[in-house]
Ligand binder design. Structure first.
Ligand code: NAD
Length: 417
């Protein structure tokens, strides 16, 4: 599979590989190979200079056999319908692996939020929410943040939706909200926490001691920072960190807290006193026990996969490893914890947020974290058992587990009308 394939073709190819292992009949495979519904909407919005500009937005709803569609909304100039369709399929798998009662959805608007004022962003977001309001809802499709969207956009969408549907507060229509309007404690750290839990479980299976073991982290944003904090809490030694502006390394360990303060102050990890700078690509190739790609897609490719020395690669980012690289890592006995398992902590706590909203009750952070731990540990162990039983890499094992869970629900529910 080439790295330039479009994401939807990649997603269907992964489905086909897992469908073969699952001995899935063609009809079921065909249902899963395309989303149940893809809505394209025109999003006209008045710019600050008085002109009207029309943006294009999408919402893809892949499968709802196990529950309402769930998935983020991204704002990016390169959003395409095929990307959104692929991401919605991956969300179906991610929710099934985490064993939370959701199907998969994804949305997006083709726009560059960095070029928009706050008011323009709000008008575009509200108009998009208005345009998709009839197909989302607390029991049908529950969006969340994704690339370049966050609590602010979720609040506007919730407010628009609530105003349209009877004008009472409906916090359960969307997750990733600020705490003051029904967000959950523990949501910020959830993805990094999920990553650290999968690393802990993987280390147990492989008989690796994490105390003092070196870890390298590519990307120091939300996912990377909290993965770093929590892996360090488990006793691991963070020896290298990179971000878009540079990479740093210290064999004896980097203080994660000091590095976070440095990044907050300077906007970059470079220049941190307690480490020296190294070439970006070296971070992936360092001698370490765990490597956490937490930045971009397509970082471990067939050209550098052979140089990865880590025993465990925990994919905090979505799609950091290309399919060719997957085969090389598997051949070298490196355990890759795939994105749809490793970063499932985010959607799991989104589910907890929704549960809290539905009941209009709020949990302590300790309760959120403990439930997350038990969900992600079970998910890891379920995938690992498939990996051993079928002797396939963890990515195929994950997709296989997901497909089996989704197909079981589809079969039991039947086809009607
Ligand atoms: P973020 O924007 O907070 O952080 C991204 C980080 O990557 C930044 O530190 C940035 O400087 C760094 N980066 C960018 N280009 C880089 C490069 N070439 N080399 C090294 N670092 C680079 O984003 P995030 O929320 O942490 O998301 C990171 C990845 O994790 C994405 O793939 C995202 O889809 C995935 N993810 C995040 C969440 C979540 O809850 N945050 C959930 C699931 C998946």
């Amino acid at each position: 599979m080439s790295e330039s394939l479009n994401p939807f073709e990649v997603a269907v190819k992964q489905l086909d590989e897992a469908a073969k292992l699952a001995k899935l009949d063609k009809g079921m495979r065909d249902i899963l190979a395309s989303p149940n519904r893809v809505l394209t909407v025109a999003v006209p919005a008045r710019m600050d200079n008085g002109e009207i500009k029309v943006y294009t937005g999408f919402r893809s709803q892949h499968n709802s056999a196990r529950g309402p569609y769930k998935g983020g909304i991204r704002y990016h100039p390169q959003v395409t319908v095929d990307e959104v369709k692929a991401l919605s399929m991956w969300m179906t798998w991610k929710c099934a692996i985490a064993n939370i009662p959701y199907g998969g959805g994804k949305g997006g608007i083709i726009c560059n939020p960095k070029e928009l004022s706050e008011n323009e962003l709000e008008r575009i977001t509200r108009r998009y929410a208005y345009s998709i309001a009839d197909i989302i809802g607390p029991l049908t499709d529950i969006p969340a943040p994704d690339v370049y969207t966050g609590g602010k956009e979720m609040a506007w969408i919730m407010d628009t939706y609530s105003a349209l549907k009877g004008n009472y507060l409906q916090p359960d229509v969307i997750t990733g909200k600020p705490l003051s309007i029904g967000g959950s404690l523990g949501r910020n750290e959830a993805t990094g926490r999920g990553v650290s839990i999968t690393v802990r479980e993987a280390a147990k299976k492989l008989g690796i001691k994490l105390k003092g073991a070196p870890v390298a982290i590519q990307g120091f944003g939300n996912a990377g920072q909290f993965a770093a904090v929590l892996l360090a809490e488990m006793g691991m030694k963070v020896i290298a960190v990179s971000d878009s502006k540079g990479s740093i390394h210290n064999r004896d360990g980097i203080s994660v807290d000091s590095l976070r303060s440095h990044k907050l102050k300077n906007g970059a990890v470079s220049g941190f006193q307690g480490a020296s700078s190294i070439a970006d690509k070296e971070v992936l190739e360092l001698d370490c026990t765990v490597l956490v790609p937490a930045a971009l897609e397509n970082q471990i490719t067939k050209s550098n996969a052979g140089k990865v020395k880590a025993k465990i690669v925990a994919e905090a980012a979505n799609g950091p490893t290309t399919p060719d690289a997957d085969d090389i890592l598997f051949g070298n006995d490196i355990l890759v914890i795939p994105d749809i398992l490793a970063n499932g902590g985010g959607v799991t706590v989104s589910y907890f947020e929704w549960l809290q909203n539905l009941r209009r009750e709020y949990w302590t952070e300790a309760e959120v974290n403990s439930r997350l731990d038990s969900n992600i540990s079970s998910a890891f162990n379920d995938v690992y058992n498939n990996h051993k039983e079928f002797n396939v890499n963890m990515r195929k094992a994950s997709t296989l587990l997901a497909i089996n869970r989704v197909v079981e629900a589809m079969k039991i529910r039947g086809l009607w009308p």
